[in-house]
Design a protein around this ligand. Sequence first.
Ligand SMILES: Cc1cc2nc3c(=O)[nH]c(=O)nc-3n(C[C@H](O)[C@H](O)[C@H](O)COP(=O)(O)OP(=O)(O)OC[C@H]3O[C@@H](n4cnc5c(N)ncnc54)[C@H](O)[C@@H]3O)c2cc1C
Ligand SMILES: NC(=O)c1ccc[n+]([C@@H]2O[C@H](COP(=O)([O-])OP(=O)(O)OC[C@H]3O[C@@H](n4cnc5c(N)ncnc54)[C@H](O)[C@@H]3O)[C@@H](O)[C@H]2O)c1
Length: 497
Amino acid sequence: MNTPPQDTPAPVAAPGAPGADPRSQRVVVVGGGPGGYEAALVARRLGARVTVVEQQGLGGAAVLTDVVPSKTLIATAEWLTIAEQGPELGIRGGDPGEPRDRRAIVDLEAVNARVLALAEAQSADIRARLEREGVQVVHGRGRLDGPSRVVVEHDGADGADGAGDGATTTLDADTILLALGATPRTLDTAVPDGDRILTWTQLYRLTELPERLIVVGSGVTGAEFAGAYQALGSEVVLVSSRDRVLPGEDMDAAELLEGVFRSRGMTVMSRSRAATAERTADGVAVTLADGRVVTGSHVLIAVGAVPSTAGLGLEEAGVRLTESGHVAVDKVSRTSVRGIYAAGDCTGVLPLASVAAMQGRIAMSHALGDAVAPLKLGRVAANIFTAPEIATVGYSEARLREQGSRYVTTMLPLARNPRAKMLGMRDGFVKLFAHPEAGVVLGGVVVAPRASELVFPITLAVAHRLTVDDVAEAFTVYPSLSGSIAEAARVLHGQVR
Ligand SMILES: Cc1cc2nc3c(=O)[nH]c(=O)nc-3n(C[C@H](O)[C@H](O)[C@H](O)COP(=O)(O)OP(=O)(O)OC[C@H]3O[C@@H](n4cnc5c(N)ncnc54)[C@H](O)[C@@H]3O)c2cc1C
Ligand SMILES: NC(=O)c1ccc[n+]([C@@H]2O[C@H](COP(=O)([O-])OP(=O)(O)OC[C@H]3O[C@@H](n4cnc5c(N)ncnc54)[C@H](O)[C@@H]3O)[C@@H](O)[C@H]2O)c1
């Protein structure tokens, strides 16, 4: 898990505490992604008058272009990966065939239509929920006009606001939450055209599978899409500027995944920085910094994201931004301006939907004088939706080493687990980290199909400071994949003194 240090602006008093009646508080949330809409619900529950300003659609990038669409696409890829086991498990004709043969059975237009319909429906559900709870939703682009006012610029796209091009609405606020999110980082020398040179938000317009997809960037986004498109039937070249895929993740997990990618026929180019991407007569050409040229039918640029904080009057209002343009916040989501909070990807704390939502909830509890516990990054659970999935929780091994913490660890290969053998699963492992004397579980990594579901017992152990003996003594079903978690805890029992 990646846990960048948090900036700590000078402490300021919570505007709603102590004694202020939340019902007299006007809260304006700018940005309706998980950071914003979860916060709006908490603020309403605490009795405040709440307005959410959103320019794109409720649910934000998480629902409309990032989490929901990518995981829905990956669901189709996952079915094809499972079907590969068909012949081994005695199913005649169950094998979807070599990746290139899948082009005949995958209807990408139908896949993407499903993806987009699901995202739209979820966005509509969130809007309906907010309105049902009494949150006012205003469509438009919000910007700060000083420390306690938001001006909304309308583009006329939402008739419900009765506002047209150039019209503005002014919202005065006691508390403002900035939940602005981020957008794909692009390279000046690889300008996306939405057709052959693509960002991840543009992938869902494709009606046919890319014949040969070049993925630039081997972070979580690049790895997830490279794996998914390969499973769907595209030939995939993954261009990684670093030594290995997933440079920020558990090294054993990243090495295992890279091995799986290669064994499935993916070309993984490490220490290869893309310098330019250009259209050719029938596709694209990516030129690497060392002069090599990689050709393909399409290229996906997945080189990170930039916070959506520019041009919104933040610094003019006194909100301190970091060098990378993120809003500097402390562990209760306060910015450098009293009454202005920030949550989610625009803060750069840890770009996950779950963390954004938690930061937003914490901000509102703090602002409105409710009980609040600061954000604890050492407990976050995350998952990389590749095949196999990589789920992590708590402290990573890199972090434990970095901070000089003493720990004991064990890693059990999934191939030894009886249920995994029955299911024909080979690639994966369970790894636990624990304190060498107290035996408290500090973190863990699960690499397995559906690791996102399997990791929860470790999440509970980390959240409640359970020991390896607590985990080892709990019953697990026989046979089950989660049996490996209890088994790993039993191994660690012998190492804890
Ligand atoms: C491809 C991909 C897959 C991902 N998958 C996962 C995953 O599986 N699990 C996970 O936990 N995380 C995942 N993430 C990360 C996750 O998407 C983000 O952490 C999450 O979206 C952050 O939520 P947010 O509320 O900060 O911002 P966003 O979801 O980006 O929402 C911000 C909203 O604010 C709006 N906005 C911005 N500026 C203004 C303005 N001035 N006025 C009005 N509205 C404005 C934007 O239009 C947007 O709708 C993924 C990211 C990517 C790129
Ligand atoms: N499943 C999930 O929860 C999920 C999925 C996707 C993203 N995310 C979140 O988003 C964050 C960002 O992930 P990301 O992958 O979008 O960005 P990232 O910044 O983590 O990775 C981008 C990668 O691109 C490489 N790169 C940059 N320029 C390059 C070039 N010119 N040529 C080749 N490689 C180049 C970088 O070295 C880096 O490794 C993650 O840390 C994660 O928190 C989460």
